[in-house]
Design a protein around this ligand. Structure first.
Ligand code: GAP
Length: 462
């Protein structure tokens, strides 16, 4: 019980820190908001960009078997017919007979679902309380589950007619299959190779919630890695290791990550193996990322439906085949939440985000000891301008230095530099042009020559 309370407190603290410090705001707030939509503020966009650029660097730039694309969000609806999304991409939904509120419900008889339905009735419809003893939820108070398609529809062109119906992509993956041939011919890659993409995806989720964990508009980072069927196990293991390595490198606490093997009956019918990486979020163990062996299902479907030949001819053996695919997939928003949960630390009064320097929105903050001493401000400005050429730097001259340290700790800035009277040479030549550099995690300070700062920070931040 106590643990549960602590965890929900942790979630509240993280949500509050995110709003207060400009990581994540409620979307459209001045108009009363829009349920479950969130805007990333000045610090949130930095953290999110750091997540994405580290991913791109590791999986695209640092490998010679990978290339990237950035495809249109809205694709020809035939794509979604071929992929099966139009007929199969749905969640089971039940509806309250009284108020028609809808719930996602995989198994209406599971204890969790029953509890949720029971809570709904007792909280919203107290007049049905007497039913509790002879409780028959499904059929009496709730409809039977029906399938609800999660694709978000819109119309292209001036007429809102069904011929103009299109869909916002529910995953970035399909563009990598649809563009497979173009990428192959223009990049001259050979199988095995992969295509990577980062971008928005949209799903009309029945029950969004838990802050940025499940939203209707979110961002994915996906790889479709094309292989010969014979190598699938080896490449599956390779990508499992790569995903673990990436999580460690961006600061996701691996002690909170669980690799869950998805059983045959729960897997997508075309997948021969799927692993979910689940994370101990404060609201429970939930899916963070996924890894699937999708066989040759996607390219075969697109070949059949488009009429294009999507086979690959091995230049060495001459063998012609439809490549099979290993798909590692990440949600950017869930990555950010897992990083924040992993980084959140309390040390007495002090709250700090122990972010990896590569992820921190600001790499360093620069302060003049006193804001009303022009010489201090001028010197601090010089350092600020010098460092800003290479990294994102914060400036703060409000209040006292202790408060400024705490404010930077809370947003995860790994280093703070203070320009004081020693810097100006007031205590002699020896300390002239030196500053204090304070480390976020140890709260210890050391003195350093201004000329050495850049190299020191570059080494620490990477
Ligand atoms: N192409 C495969 C695919 O899309 P998925 O498991 O449905 O697989 C991949 O989604 C990842 O996208 C998830 O592991 C999760 O990180 C993220 N994701 C999925 N739905 C989401 C939502 N409604 N809100 C935020 N992130 C979501």
């Amino acid at each position: 019980m106590e643990k549960k309370q602590e965890k929900s407190d942790l979630m509240e603290k993280i949500v509050s820190l995110c709003k207060r410090r400009g990581f994540v705001f409620p979307g459209s707030e001045i108009y009363g908001g829009l349920a479950n939509s969130w805007d990333y503020g000045p610090l949130g966009v930095e953290l999110k960009n750091n997540i994405k650029s580290y991913w791109w660097k590791k999986f695209v730039h640092q490998r010679d078997d990978m290339v990237g694309i950035d495809a249109a969000l809205i694709m020809n609806p035939k794509v979604w017919e071929a992929s099966g999304h139009l007929s199969n991409f749905s969640d089971p939904l039940i509806e309250c007979e009284k108020c028609h509120e809808r719930f996602r419900c995989d198994d209406p008889h599971s204890p969790e679902a029953t509890q949720e339905m029971f809570d709904h009735l007792t909280k919203k419809h107290s007049d049905v309380k007497h039913l509790v003893s002879s409780f028959k939820l499904i059929g009496e108070n709730f409809t039977k589950p029906k399938q609800f398609n999660l694709m978000l529809k819109t119309f292209l062109g001036p007429a809102e007619e069904s011929v103009n119906t299109v869909y916002f992509r529910p995953e970035t993956a399909q563009a990598m299959f649809v563009d497979f041939k173009n990428v192959l011919t223009t990049s001259r890659k050979q199988v095995p190779f992969g295509i990577a993409q980062i971008g928005k995806a949209f799903r009309n989720e029945i029950t969004p919630g838990n802050f940025i964990f499940r939203t209707r508009e979110f961002e994915q980072m996906e790889i479709e890695y094309f292989i010969h069927e014979s190598g699938w196990q080896e490449f599956f293991e390779h990508w499992k290791e790569q995903m673990n390595e990436w999580m460690r490198e961006v600061g996701i606490n691996l002690d909170l990550v669980h690799e869950v093997e998805i059983s045959e009956e729960d897997r997508a019918f075309y997948s021969k193996r799927t692993i979910d990486f689940e994370f101990d979020f404060p609201f429970g163990q939930k899916e963070l990322f996924g890894l699937a062996y999708r066989t040759d299902y996607d390219l075969s479907r697109h070949q059949k439906e488009s009429g294009e030949n999507l086979a690959y001819k091995d230049p060495q053996t001459g063998e012609e085949f439809i490549p099979h695919v290993i798909e590692p997939t990440w949600g950017v928003d869930r990555a950010m939440l897992a990083i924040l949960v992993s980084a959140y630390q309390e040390d007495g009064e002090r709250v700090y985000l122990k972010l990896k320097p590569s992820m921190a929105p600001y790499k360093v903050a620069v302060f003049p000891l006193l804001a009303n001493k022009p010489q201090l401000v001028e010197k601090a400005r010089e350092i600020y301008d010098l460092l800003r050429k290479d990294m994102n730097v914060a400036w703060d001259d409000r209040g006292n230095v202790g408060k400024r340290y705490y404010a930077q700790d809370e947003i995860g800035t790994p280093y703070c530099i203070t320009v004081d009277f020693d810097t100006l040479g007031e205590k002699g030549e020896e300390l002239k042009d030196t500053v204090t550099v304070r480390d976020r995690d140890t709260a210890k300070q050391e003195r350093m020559k201004i000329g050495e700062l850049k190299a020191y920070l570059k080494e620490k931040i990477g």
